[in-house]
Design a protein around this ligand. Structure first.
Ligand SMILES: [Ca+2]
Ligand SMILES: [Ca+2]
Length: 199
């Protein structure tokens, strides 16, 4: 009978509503944007300075296999500033920024400044041949602030770093329901094993 109660308790844990999980504040693979030079029609981004290009299959596809993506130095000899339309409210806590960045693939070394309000700023310099590689940064916000996510490319020779798959996540630190169930399973298994040992 006791075992039935234990199993019932376990099932209650398994079927409990989902715990608060990480919150995706922005996720963009650029695949629904239009292939175009000096593009400004982004769903999630403004280009308040310089220009950027959206390239991909059939249109200057410098890194095949990633759908559409952004050349951060467009075609007006004035490198672009790609700025999230959203001004994020950053409460104290942990955040994670992920994006793919590649070299220009056209023979030059390039630099982009990446920032999230006053919470984070970093400069990336990549050689021409660097393929798309994932950049992940864990950002801890100590005092609440607000800000846009910005990719601000340096220079202006129409050959820029390539950007794709940008994701900004608020990390809640709350365990996923699956991991809770896993812990519960372990505990119940231990209890049952001990009981069997006594019998
Ligand atoms: Ca893409
Ligand atoms: Ca360049």
């Amino acid at each position: 009978m006791k075992r039935l109660f234990t199993i019932a308790a376990l099932c209650a844990i398994c079927s409990a509503g989902p715990a608060a999980a990480d919150v995706v504040l922005l996720a963009d693979d650029f695949n629904t944007e239009t292939l175009a030079l000096n593009y400004t029609g982004f769903a999630n981004w403004n280009v308040p300075d310089g220009t950027v290009d959206v390239i991909g299959p059939g249109f200057f596809d410098l890194q095949p296999g990633h759908g559409r993506y952004v050349d951060l130095d467009g075609s007006t000899s004035n490198a672009g500033r790609l700025e999230s339309k959203t001004v994020f409210t950053l409460d104290p806590g942990d955040y994670r920024l992920d994006f793919l960045l590649a070299g220009s693939q056209r023979g030059d070394t390039n630099t982009v400044g990446v920032s999230l309000g006053s919470a984070y700023t970093e400069s990336f310099t990549l050689p021409s041949a660097a393929p798309f590689a994932l950049v992940t940064r864990n950002i801890t916000v100590a005092a609440g602030t607000t800000g846009r996510l910005v990719f601000d490319h340096v220079g202006g020779d129409n050959l820029g770093l390539l950007l794709d798959d940008v994701t900004l996540t608020q990390v809640t630190g709350t365990p996923e329901p699956g991991s809770l169930a896993f812990v519960a399973f372990g505990a119940v298994g231990l209890v049952l094993a001990r009981r069997r040992g006594r019998v």
